[in-house]
Ligand binder design. Sequence first.
Ligand code: IMP
Length: 190
Amino acid sequence: MELPHGITGKLAEPIEKILFTEQEIQERVKALGEQLTRDYQGKDLLVVCVLKGSLYFTADLIRHINMPLSLDFISVSSYGDATHTSGIARITKDLDEDIEDRHVVITEDILDTGLTLDYLVKLLQLRNPREIKICTLLDKPSKRITGIRADYSGFEIPNLFVVGYGLDYKHKYRHLPFICTFRDEFIPKD
Ligand code: IMP
């Protein structure tokens, strides 16, 4: 398979299929940014990027939000293996900003079981924000085991393991400009 950006060799080896091209992602992210612009006019918006997976998504998204906003970062680590969260999480990098009385939008790469965001939302609610909304690039509703749902979602996907545009496999492949699936021998098993 010929890949865009001249991607070859070890980087190309595990890739099975491109699910969303760079252009499809950019178009969808632009539409989400425009929607947020409409919804948050005149409000004190704080975008909270969940590291590391939503780095690219957040950077692209906020450039389509046409109003003043603040950006902050949070990092949560969950116990369990690299690809399955156990639900027990802890903050490894906390916010710098005070969120009291502010409109918070959490940007996440993928909403899977929902355990990570469930933990994060409950934790941030204790700090008395005006409101917390969730904006996820990908949504895998079939895997959900919590009541968490996305307020804004880029693409809904079936129960597939996906990589690229921020999403990693064993801390690698985040920098692929598209979102792809991996060949069977590379896919983590449930
Ligand atoms: P949740 O707590 O189960 O919703 O898990 C969310 C986190 O699991 C995401 O932020 C990702 O880091 C990881 N994750 C879930 N599904 C995938 C996937 O298909 N590819 C890569 N990482 C994933």
